[in-house]
Design a protein around this ligand. Sequence first.
Ligand code: GAR
Length: 210
Amino acid sequence: MKQLMTARQLKLAVLASGRGSNFDAIGQAIERKDLNARIVVLISDQSQAPALAKAAGRGIETLPISPRDYSGRDAYEECLVRELEARQVDLVVLAGYMRLVGKVFLQAYEHRVLNIHPALLPSFPGLHAQQQALDYGVKISGCTVHLVDEGMDSGPIILQKAVAVLDSDDEEALSQRILKEEHQIYWQALQLIAEGRVWIDGRRVVIKDN
Ligand code: GAR
């Protein structure tokens, strides 16, 4: 069994493609001192992402990097890794980053990239997870914080939170209730890592008491 990281104040980079509400929730947890971390940069693959403005509003460095400016995924990720290494980032937090992470990135940051997904994985990976849950007819869905591997939403699971699906739900209503829980479990998972309590044993993540 391997400790993910020794206890420390985490230096985080957040990668976001869109709205940035998970980024904001993490920022708020840091301000409340519930999370012992610093966000050193917000990187977006979308130059117009609202997350960039949210980060600027918090006085956090913003870095739009468009994959279209690179010859391919490897070249794009080499650039990402250079920027992350330059800032000596401990963990990379994907918060609505709508891209698969490739080899170059994962080799440099093995077990150091986290993602949040709006379903109880391994159910409903990929896009429109909440609509997938409604279409399938499950009675319970939720959200998952996990380590990123090369698959789609498939890495070892750190925390999950269940959310009941109501008969009256549509995609929007269910998404809103799941999002509320996302905004809690993401910083909580990060804080467990900051406390040095997260260990990995193959696919299983074990949370140890201090
Ligand atoms: C969140 O619901 C997140 O779980 C989801 O995108 C949304 C981003 O919202 N991510 C995925 O579906 C990843 N597979 P935000 O930009 O407001 O944080």
